[in-house]
Design a protein around this ligand. Structure first.
Ligand SMILES: *Cc1c(COP(=O)(O)O)cnc(C)c1O
Length: 232
């Protein structure tokens, strides 16, 4: 087995153990392999090892990869998870299946307008800044219900749920706190009538905490592909 296949296996085992501890079915948790900065060939190898969903952060880099892997398009689900400027939404609306990082209504409106008619609605998550830090993107917990309702009404989008990127925290209990806050918000929005089914939370360092708090998608880069090199 290749290193990559071993790493994928190990991450699936972490998810399965955490799910067991939470009394959840591991099949209810999707592993999103975050391939940003890694070449298309690594995505190809992960796909050959059975991985289906891939996450990307940078528009130019990701479109080049989607195009290089056009032959695998039917067996890959592409998820955009990075910061999105409003002048860069069009290629994302044209090439991706999901966007997790919708952090304001204007971005959602543009994605809806630019989603090609022949494609299924774009699946989106509303990014929530759970800790409320001014430096981070995402709506506040207080703004979330209003923005979610407006996004849910857009014709070419399907609002699936919520996403967050909490500050790194040391131990499991500390890691669970922001994930629990996002899950509570999610439950409240569902109780208010929004048809959500996705909680995108947890990365290499805190996926167990996220699964224990109800994550349905964990976004894992380093534990699958190795450390990222941003020098080129
Ligand atoms: C890079 C990134 C990840 C993956 O992080 P790792 O720590 O490498 O697992 C997950 N989510 C987002 C939004 C990212 O930008």
């Amino acid at each position: 087995m290749s290193d990559l296949a071993h790493h994928l296996d190990a991450v699936h085992q972490r998810i399965a153990l955490a799910a067991q501890r939470a009394g959840r079915d591991p099949r209810d948790i999707t592993l999103l392999a975050v391939s940003k900065t890694f070449p298309a060939d690594d995505v190809r190898a992960a796909s050959a090892a059975g991985q289906r969903a891939f996450g990307e952060n940078y528009v130019q880099e990701s479109i080049a990869k989607v195009e290089a892997l056009a032959d695998l398009r039917a067996s890959i689900e592409w998820h955009f998870i990075g910061p999105l400027q409003s002048n860069k939404t069009r290629p994302v609306a044209q090439h991706f299946d999901w966007v997790h990082s919708v952090d304001r209504l204007k971005i959602a409106q543009r994605l809806s307008e630019q989603r090609p008619d022949e494609l299924a609605p774009l699946n989106v998550c509303l990014q929530v800044n759970v800790s409320g830090e001014a430096s981070k993107s995402g709506v506040t917990i207080d703004e979330a219900a209003g923005v979610a309702r407006e996004i849910a009404a857009l014709p070419k989008l399907r609002l699936r749920g919520l996403m967050s990127i909490p500050e790194p925290a040391g131990d499991l209990e500390a890691q669970r706190v922001p994930h629990r806050q996002l899950r509570e918000l999610y439950e409240q929005l569902r109780a208010d009538g929004l048809a959500l089914d996705t909680l995108s939370m947890g990365m290499s360092a805190d996926l167990e905490a996220a699964v224990l708090e109800g994550a349905t998608i964990v976004r894992v880069g380093t534990a699958i592909f190795g450390a990222r090199d941003y020098s080129h």
